[in-house]
Design a protein around this ligand. Structure first.
Ligand code: G6Q
Length: 547
C-alpha cells in the first residue's frame, strides 16, 4: 500500500514553503528578476506556455517536481503508454495514446499488439469518410449525404462537438454537422426540423450501445427516416461507432456499417478513435490524422521531456500547488478564439469526470482535495461576465488563457484587439492596481477629492492572481490535437499525485441507473418504490401537471 500523500517528504516541504510564499507578490517577483518570464516559460515547436504569472519561485517548482518524482510519476507514465491495467476498478488498460501512436511502434495488451486493429479502423474511417465527402457513398435515393448527425452523449458527443467546431474552417463546403445528445426531445426535434432524410447520415456513437439517451434519440431518428424512405433506407443512412457489436445488431444496424473501438479507450478519451468519424467526415481524414499527429507530438513531449520542461507536468503541478496548498477549489479555462468555444465544456468532463473522486486507489477516503471545479468560456465574452469575480472576488481562480497568434478570419483589427485583451487580462490579474495608482488615475480624470475617497477602494485590485498563457501560431488540426492531449496528460498527472483512478466514472454510472427506477413511476406503470418525500412529491406533482 502506498504511503499517504500528506506524509510525503516534498508534500511536507511544500506545506512549509507555502507559508513563505502566500504573502509574496508576483509584481515584486517580476520587478526583481528580469529573467523571470524566460525562466518560467516552455516553448516547443508547436506551443508556447508562459507560466511565469504564478505564485511560484524556483524553489516552488523544484519541490513540486520532486513531489511528482516521489509519487513515481515516471513509472506511471510508462505504465499508461505500455498498456498496463491502470484503470484498476474496471481492470482495463488506458490506451488513447495508442490511437494516435503515429510511430506505429507495437503496443501490447495481453501479449497482443493492438496497433494493427487501430490502423485497420483508421483505414476504414478513411475509406468511408472519403466516400461520403466525394459522394460515392450516397443516400438511398441516390443523393449525396451532406447532413452529418452524430447521436451520442458525454464522451461520445463532447469531443466531436468541440473538435468539429474548433476546425470549422476546414469543413467541406457542402457538409453540415449536427449533434443530438440530450434526451430532451427538443434536441432531436430541432435537428430533424432542419434536415432532409434523403441527404442525412446518422452516426450513432455509443461505446456501450446501451445508453438510454443515445438509443432513444437514435430510435426516434430511425423512425423518422423509415417513415420518409422505408426500412431499406437504414443501411444507407445509419452507421454505428461502438465496442458492442451485439447491441449494434440488435438495434438494426448492419455490423458492416459499424466502426469499432475497444474497452481500452475511455469515453472521454475517445475522440481519437472511431468516435471521431463525424470530425473525419467534416474536415477530411487527412486533417483528422493531422489532429492525431499533434496529439502524438504532445504524447512524445510528455513521455520524453524532463519534468522541468514538461508542459503537462508543470501545469498539473501548478494545479496541485493551488488546489492543495492555497486551498483554491476552482479553475478557469478561457480560450481567446471563437472556434474553441466548446473547449471549456469538453475540459469540464475531462477534468471533473476523471478527478472528481474521494476514494484513493488504495480504497481509502482521501484527506486532501482532489479535482477542482472547472469552468470557462470564450474570451472576450467572459470578460463581460464572470471576470468580475476573477479580478475582485473573495476567492482566487487560477486561469489558463489560450490564444492563437493568427486568426482564421483576419478582418479589420479584430484579432489585434482580441490578443490585446488576453494579454491585458493576464497582466492585470498579476499586477492588480494599487490604491495609489487608482488615486492618481482618478485625479487625472478630474475627480474631486470626495469622489476619489469614495471610489478608490472599489477601483483597487489586489492582483497577485495566477494565470498561464498558452500560445499557438494558429488553431489547426495539429495544434488542436496537441492542446487536447496536453490537458489529458495534465489530468493524468494530477490523478497520479492524488492517487486516484482517473479512468472510471461511478458517478456517471449512478445517473444511468437512477432514472430507470423513476421512469415507470412517472409513466404510471409502477407504484410504491420508496423515495424520499421530496422525490415522491415531485413525481406526483409532475404527473398531475401532465394530465
Ligand atoms: C466518459 C463517460 C461518459 C460516456 C457516456 C456515453 O468517459 O463514461 O460520458 O461517454 O455516458 O456512454 P456511451 O458511449 O457508452 O453511450
Amino acid at each position: 500500500m502506498k504511503k499517504e500523500l500528506v506524509k510525503f517528504k516534498y508534500w511536507k516541504k511544500l506545506k512549509g514553503h507555502y507559508k513563505k510564499m502566500r504573502s509574496v507578490q508576483m509584481r515584486d517577483l517580476f520587478d526583481t528578476d528580469e529573467k523571470r518570464a524566460d525562466k518560467f516559460t516552455v516553448q516547443t515547436d508547436f506551443m508556447y506556455c508562459d507560466f511565469s504569472k504564478n505564485r511560484i519561485n524556483g524553489k516552488t517548482m523544484k519541490y513540486l517536481l520532486r513531489l511528482a518524482e516521489e509519487c513515481k510519476l515516471h513509472e506511471a507514465i510508462e505504465a499508461m503508454f505500455c498498456g498496463q491495467r491502470i484503470n484498476t476498478t474496471e481492470n482495463r488498460p488506458v490506451l488513447h495514446t495508442a490511437l494516435r501512436n503515429r510511430g506505429n511502434s507495437p503496443v501490447y495488451v495481453d501479449g497482443k499488439n493492438v496497433m494493427p486493429q487501430i490502423n485497420e479502423v483508421l483505414a476504414k474511417m478513411r475509406d468511408f469518410s472519403e466516400a461520403v465527402r466525394f459522394g460515392k457513398f450516397k443516400g438511398y435515393t441516390g443523393k449525396k449525404l451532406t447532413n452529418i448527425v452524430n447521436i451520442g452523449i458525454g464522451g461520445s458527443d463532447l469531443g466531436p462537438v468541440m473538435a468539429t467546431e474548433a476546425l470549422r474552417k476546414y469543413w467541406a463546403k457542402d457538409i453540415n454537422c449536427y449533434f443530438i445528445s440530450n434526451i430532451d426531445g427538443t434536441a432531436c426535434a430541432e435537428v430533424l426540423n432542419k434536415i432532409n432524410p434523403e441527404t442525412t447520415l446518422f452516426i450513432v456513437a455509443s461505446k456501450t450501445f446501451t445508453t438510454i439517451e443515445t438509443l432513444t434519440n437514435a430510435k426516434t431518428c430511425r423512425k423518422w427516416l423509415v417513415d420518409a424512405l422505408g426500412e431499406h433506407a437504414v443501411a444507407k443512412h445509419f452507421v454505428a461507432l461502438s465496442t458492442n457489436t451485439e447491441e449494434v445488431k440488435k438495434f438494426g444496424i448492419n455490423p458492416d456499417n459499424m466502426f469499432e473501438f475497444w474497452d481500452f479507450v475511455g469515453g472521454r478519451y475517445s475522440m481519437w478513435s472511431a468516435i471521431g468519424l463525424s470530425i473525419a467526415i467534416a474536415v477530411g481524414m487527412d486533417n483528422f490524422e493531422k489532429m492525431l499527429d499533434g496529439a502524438y507530438a504532445m504524447d512524445r513531449h510528455f513521455r520524453e521531456t524532463d519534468f522541468e520542461h514538461n508542459i503537462p507536468v508543470i501545469l498539473a503541478m501548478l494545479g496541485i500547488w493551488y488546489n492543495n496548498f492555497f486551498n483554491l477549489k476552482s479553475y478557469a479555462v478561457v480560450p481567446y478564439d471563437e472556434y474553441l468555444r466548446y473547449v471549456p465544456a469538453y475540459l469540464q468532463q475531462l477534468d471533473m469526470e476523471s478527478n472528481g473522486k474521494y476514494i484513493s486507489k488504495d480504497n481509502k477516503q482521501v484527506h486532501y482535495m482532489t479535482g477542482p471545479v472547472l469552468f470557462g468560456g470564450a474570451g472576450t465574452n467572459v470578460q463581460h461576465s464572470f471576470f468580475q469575480l476573477i479580478h475582485q472576488g473573495t476567492t482566487v481562480v487560477p486561469c489558463d488563457f489560450i490564444i492563437p497568434a493568427i486568426s482564421h478570419n483576419e478582418i479589420g483589427e479584430h484579432h489585434e484587439i482580441l490578443v490585446a485583451n488576453v494579454l491585458a487580462q493576464g497582466e492585470a490579474l498579476m499586477r492588480g492596481k494599487t490604491t495609489k495608482e487608482v488615486t492618481e488615475e482618478l485625479a487625472k480624470l478630474g475627480k474631486s477629492k470626495d469622489e476619489v475617497a469614495i471610489l478608490k477602494k472599489f477601483k483597487t485590485f489586489d492582483g497577485n492572481r495566477p494565470s498561464n498563457t498558452i500560445v499557438f501560431k494558429k488553431i489547426d488540426p495539429y495544434s488542436l490535437g496537441a492542446l487536447i492531449a496536453m490537458y489529458e496528460h495534465k489530468v493524468f498527472v494530477q490523478g497520479i499525485i492524488w492517487n486516484i483512478n482517473s479512468f472510471d466514472q461511478m458517478g456517471v454510472e449512478l445517473g444511468k441507473q437512477l432514472a430507470k427506477n423513476i421512469l415507470p413511476e412517472l409513466q404510471g406503470n409502477a407504484q410504491g418504490v420508496a423515495h424520499d418525500g421530496s422525490t415522491n412529491n415531485l413525481i406526483r406533482y409532475i404527473r398531475r401537471l401532465r394530465k
